[in-house]
Design a protein around this ligand. Structure first.
Ligand code: MRU
Length: 371
């Protein structure tokens, strides 16, 4: 087994989200400041929580789910009510408010619904007990996410092992950040790489190409930061450089995350992902979507029904520049996600196993059902 103590130390340094031990605040790393500044902030009011999700201080589908669970647990603990019905009325209002922060990642709604079900299940218990148990449930969601990523990583690692040829690194491309910063520990798309290190691979045994991921630069600011810190050979490229790189033969596999997978396997992920999938298909490169089962939305039949978040135009025109880089008043198209057609996906890696088309049948076989 490889020595991954440096990676573990890095994971500890950048823990995405935790609850303070005295249950007074949800504590997150502010991802908008990375990679230059590692700063943790406390979220105490529901407005701060909503804003942190909306502004991507915390982001990535699984991390949004864990954060939402902690946030609703904290808000619930502060509800002053004398009976369950009045407690639940406020709980629902807080839940609906948090759910309105971002529309695409289904993990947000999944985690909030799970917390809701927990509250309802315990409705005959004393309110103090229910409040305590909601904290326990949020911890469970966090702990489960660690194991889910690990399982995805083990399956992805087997793919890497099959691709490994003596003396040559395996070329991997990824888009956006589906790494430790997007989850509770290993990431989803990055988990195979971290598991490979555990199995004794050197960082030079793989070469990960990170798409910069315009406009919010999750690949540049987050994924390349993570992988570089883990000692994995990492190259950053602008999104429009993927084609020339794939054509060069340096990429053997693509791993990406996802925000919502429809029943038919269509997968919403960060804007630009579907373009990478189309290129991979053209060049004959396997393209895998790494998906916790909580990201698979069996109630959404196809990608056409997945709501796509539209974001502010200043993210494109001025956010990253000293001066604006487009004329005042210009119209801007800024969808945060796109949907990769299931026909372009080689396989969807869940924590329960690998899925191949037809995806609805494969999901059902693994016991993934509408929630
Ligand atoms: O807008 P973001 O940064 O929240 O988008 C994140 C992604 O698209 C990730 O790839 C996805 O959430 C999967 S994270 C394991």
């Amino acid at each position: 087994m490889g020595d991954t103590s440096n990676v573990e130390a890095f994971f500890d340094k950048v823990i995405t989200v935790k609850m303070l031990p005295d249950h007074t605040a949800v504590n997150i790393i502010d991802q908008t400041l990375l990679p230059e500044t590692i700063k943790r902030i406390n979220l105490t009011t529901k407005e701060e929580m909503w804003d942190a999700i909306k502004k991507l201080r915390v982001r990535g589908a699984p991390a949004i789910g864990v954060t939402a669970a902690y946030c609703i647990a904290l808000l619930a603990s502060e509800i002053e009510a004398s009976d369950f019905d009045s407690f639940y009325k406020e709980f629902k209002a807080d839940k609906d408010y948090l759910a309105s922060s971002r529309p695409t990642a289904v993990n947000l709604f999944w985690a909030l619904n799970r917390m809701d079900q927990k509250a309802l299940f315990e409705k005959d218990k004393p309110l103090d007990q229910i409040k305590e148990d909601l904290f326990v449930e949020a911890d469970k969601i966090r702990e489960e996410d660690v194991q889910i990523s690990r399982n995805i990583g083990e399956i992805g690692y087997r793919i890497l092992k099959d691709l490994k040829k003596d003396g040559q690194p395996v070329g991997i491309m990824t888009h956006c950040n589906a790494g430790t910063l997007a989850t509770a520990k290993y990431g989803t798309a990055t988990a195979p790489m971290y598991i490979a290190l555990e199995h004794g691979w050197a960082g030079t045994d793989m070469h990960v190409y990170c798409d910069e991921t315009r406009p919010l630069l999750q690949g540049a600011r987050l994924t390349s930061f993570e992988l570089h810190n883990a000692g994995i050979t990492t190259t950053l490229q602008c999104d429009n450089m993927a084609s020339i790189l794939m054509k060069s033969g340096k990429i053997q596999v693509v791993f990406v995350g996802c925000d919502r997978v429809a029943k038919n396997g269509d997968a919403a992920n960060k804007i630009g992902t579907s373009g990478v999938a189309i290129l991979a298909h053209y060049y004959g490169i396997p393209f895998y979507v790494c998906a916790p089962s909580s990201t698979i939305d069996m109630a959404t039949p196809t990608g056409d029904q997945i709501p796509i978040e539209m974001r502010d135009k200043d993210e494109v025109t001025e956010m990253w520049y000293k001066e604006r880089m487009a004329p005042e008043g210009i119209d801007v198209f800024n969808p945060a996600f796109d949907v990769t057609d299931h026909s372009l996906i080689t396989g969807i890696i869940t924590e329960k196993g690998m899925c191949h088309a037809p995806y609805d049948k494969a999901f059902e076989k693994l016991g993934i059902v509408a929630k």
